[in-house]
Design a protein around this ligand. Structure first.
Ligand code: S3P
Length: 174
């Protein structure tokens, strides 16, 4: 089985849906943020504050480039994974990538704890900050993914079912 990659903005349910999908398919589940936290024995927010975003991106890229070479895994990726071109290349070539899309308004409503997310942790307009990040990344999300799922009107189980459906179709076509 090919890898399955879930990409999208913070709050797009990548981890929630990825775990459900892994349970359903019995595939190995990897959350890139969790793996980095475990390896560093530090929270993502601590890594950002201690070493800076650039270093975090280097860790993320090193981990993802290496780990995505293996097959049969479901990845929930950090929202910024698409910023690096080698990561985009892995998303295009090392598996099937699903982009979980949602409006900034939906994302802002779903995100309750901004302290866990250093890019959102300052006070003020959460939706506006998400919108700015979205504008910077939207083309990367689109070019990296094979399937786009609009999640605004769905719940995580619905999203999982859409993915299962697409995978079923893909398997039938192969
Ligand atoms: C980030 C998203 C986070 C985490 C880090 C940076 C981003 O992951 O990797 O805080 O740049 O969008 P989630 O998308 O899982 O929140």
């Amino acid at each position: 089985m090919e890898n399955i990659f879930l990409i999208g903005m913070m709050g797009s349910w990548k981890s929630t849906v990825g775990k459900k999908l892994a349970q359903k398919t019995q595939m190995e589940f990897i959350d890139t943020d969790d793996a980095i936290e475990e390896f560093m024995d530090m929270k993502i927010s601590e890594i950002f504050y201690e070493f800076g975003e650039k270093k975090f991106r280097e860790m993320e890229t090193a981990f993802f480039n290496e780990k995505s070479k293996q097959k049969g895994q479901i990845f929930s990726t950090g929202g910024g994974i698409v910023l690096d071109s080698s990561n985009r290349n892995c998303l295009q070539n090392n598996g099937i990538t699903f982009f979980l899309d949602a409006t900034s308004e939906t994302l802002a409503n779903r995100i309750h704890n901004t302290t866990k997310r250093p890019l959102l942790s300052s006070d003020g307009d959460l939706q506006g900050r998400l919108e700015k990040i979205w504008q910077e990344r939207k083309e990367y999300y689109m070019e990296s993914s094979k399937h786009v799922i609009e999640t605004d009107k769905l719940n995580p189980d619905d999203v999982m079912n859409v993915i299962m459906d697409k995978l079923g179709l893909l398997l039938e076509n192969n």
